[in-house]
Write a protein that binds this ligand. Sequence first.
Ligand SMILES: Cc1ncc(COP(=O)(O)O)c(C=O)c1O
Length: 426
Amino acid sequence: MIGNNWISRDSAVSWHPYTQMKSADEVLPVDKAEGIYIYDTSGNKYIDAVSSWWTNIHGHCHPYMIEKVTEQLKSLGHVMFAGITHPPAIILAERLLNKIGHDHSRIFYSDDGSTAVEVAIKMALQYWRNKGTPRNKIIALKNAYHGDTFGAMSVSERGVFTKPFYDQLFETVFIEAPVRGNEEVCLLQLKNILGEAGVAAFIYEPMVQGAGGMIVHDAGSLKKMILMCQKAGVITIADEVMTGFYRTGKLFASEHFGVFADLICLSKGLTGGLFPMGVTSARSFIFDAFYDDDRAKAFFHGHSYTANPVACAAALASLDLTEEKGFVENVEKISELNLAFVEKLKLHPKVENPRTLGTILAFEVKTVKNDGYLSEVNRGVFRYFLSKGIVLRPLGNVLYIMPPYCIKTEELEYIYENILSYLSDL
Ligand SMILES: Cc1ncc(COP(=O)(O)O)c(C=O)c1O
């Protein structure tokens, strides 16, 4: 593999996501990954400290996942999901609904996190149309990130990611996020909006707003907000795309406060990080508004690869692994180690607001310029950690880790040590 000029060949043909190609640093060409490690084409290994954009939960190339996916590939690779069904999709929907509970009765398959959100938004809006009482307003949280498609962008923060599209995004009402100490403001803003006519839905990332900067919520305040919406008859949408599948220490982040939304979006960890797939889970009353003699009330949405059997098989294998002995204990071990490290970080003069929830740990690196996502800290961090054998891609000056759950204590401690060295080298 060495000597194939992957870097220059890539720079001639690839257009990388979230990357200014003109000033981008050299990419890391990789051709293998196993467990928590990614290997470059020269054989050097790197800890995947961000779980490949928060998708991987069991480690790379997990033998059981490979076995199950290979088995599936040999019998049914793909088939359309309109007018046709197949066991992996049925079994996955059954198992997910069983885990979600709370009167959720339907699973709608799509392709990724953005489309899971897009589907939820469309379901919420069409729900009101089908009922004959159209409502158009959607409430979202400041600093929200729900994906890159137009609907998902519309309910996401108006910031650097969405700026070129402002004119085309539909209007959304943004309110303060329920971080500690903010409850009064949040509830008041929400109360005022709920008093207006035409509010269709409230969308939120439960407990941790990911791309907005790993903002951790106060569980009690968020719970009150959701209950207020549900009392007002406004559809609630939990975007658990990042937080689902034990990322925050519990199967779903909504479990931290015990209130489930009417629509739940899942992706990322759903397939254990192996295949793109999104699902939107719906409560019975939502589905009932579409179930009608009038064919025009159907949900006219579907992607070519909806319910791809191989992705379903990966998701089923991933669920099996989450049910194995020792799985939850691993998540708890990471959570405890993170808690102890946050205490250390609290004392560090170059660190602001260290925080953790489950397998996520984050803090701001104090910077002179308050330049957010475009912070120069971003670039330096990636290169620095690569040189230490760690893949860590910050969000502006927010440095965070979110490893696969099979990481060992000494490997996590190696990341912590290197975070401290990075800070002292600053
Ligand atoms: C909370 C949340 N929602 C939606 C998305 C979009 O998911 P995808 O990148 O798979 O489209 C993300 C991606 O990071 C996310 O964190």
